[in-house]
Write a protein that binds this ligand. Structure first.
Ligand code: ADP
Length: 250
């Protein structure tokens, strides 16, 4: 009888790379949690130990730091839960046919109150050819809210914040854009901007309450709708965030 050997090879490249992604993610999350926790712990311990001798104003300042950093932890955990919900199969989007124009007109009102009347405009340019179509109202509102908030946060001196919705008949897609004329994003950061925890200026973004998760949440929501996201920006030239949605009318 001839002896033979059976060799089974499994390609584990993908498993390995998933393992690296998971490890990086855990490292990033731990790092992000550590800073506010360290601050809370430090100030709380000082308050407990030196309570009797600390001047009232110092105590108030320490308590303020504790509250701010607890708030930061809260936002971070909420954003992480949001990402994990979006990634889980059970929590899919719930599209229904409705008017995006109506949603945007309602949504933009409160932002108009935040404009500087001296020289800031928030404009909506809505293509008349776009009728009602299927999308998840809560999620798409979240996408626009995030992008508009980012305009106010990272381009606070913009003169024009423009929201536009166009019909791309060649591809039967709705093309949405939120663009500002603020400081823009340096070329080296542009390819990474949708990555989790990616921030151009870590310190400044954190101080303004950013977690670096907003754009990755947006990317997930748009992908779940079957669309894609992109950004165009040059330092000093403003930033334009684009996303597409399939034009499904039934
Ligand atoms: P965060 O949740 O911290 O706001 P995002 O994922 O929404 O983070 O954004 C990632 C980074 O992209 C921000 O830290 C900021 O540096 C940059 N960014 C986002 N929007 C703009 C914009 N409109 N102009 C300039 N930079 C922006």
């Amino acid at each position: 009888m001839r002896k033979s050997t059976l060799l089974v090879l499994h390609d584990i490249t993908r498993l390995k790379s998933l393992e690296v992604v998971r490890r990086d993610f855990v490292a990033n999350v731990s790092h992000e949690l550590r800073t506010p926790l360290t601050i809370i712990k430090g100030f709380a311990e000082t308050l407990v130990e030196d309570h009797a001798t600390l001047p009232v104003e110092t105590r108030a300042r320490f308590l303020d730091k504790i509250v701010n950093n607890a708030q930061r932890l809260h936002v971070l955990v909420e954003d992480l839960l949001e990402l994990s919900r979006l990634e889980s199969q059970s929590e899919q989007i719930q599209p229904s046919v409705q008017s995006l124009q109506q949603l945007l007109e309602e949504m933009l009102e409160p932002y108009r109150l935040r404009l500087n009347p001296e020289g800031q405009v928030l404009k909506l340019d809505f293509d008349e050819r776009v009728g009602e179509f299927a999308f998840d109202r809560f999620r798409i509102q979240q996408v626009f809210d995030n992008l508009i908030e980012n305009g106010f946060r990272y381009a606070p001196d913009f003169t024009l914040l423009a929201v536009s919705v166009r019909y791309d008949d060649a591809n039967d897609l709705i093309q949405c854009t939120v663009a500002d004329d603020g400081p823009g994003i340096p070329a080296k950061d542009v390819p990474h901007i949708f990555e989790r925890f990616y921030r151009v200026d870590k310190g400044r973004s954190r101080d303004s309450g950013g977690t670096g998760l907003g754009l990755s949440i947006i990317k997930h929501i748009v992908q779940q709708h079957g669309g894609s996201v992109s950004v165009e920006s040059e330092a000093g030239q403003g930033a334009a965030f684009h996303f597409s949605l399939p034009y499904v009318q039934s």
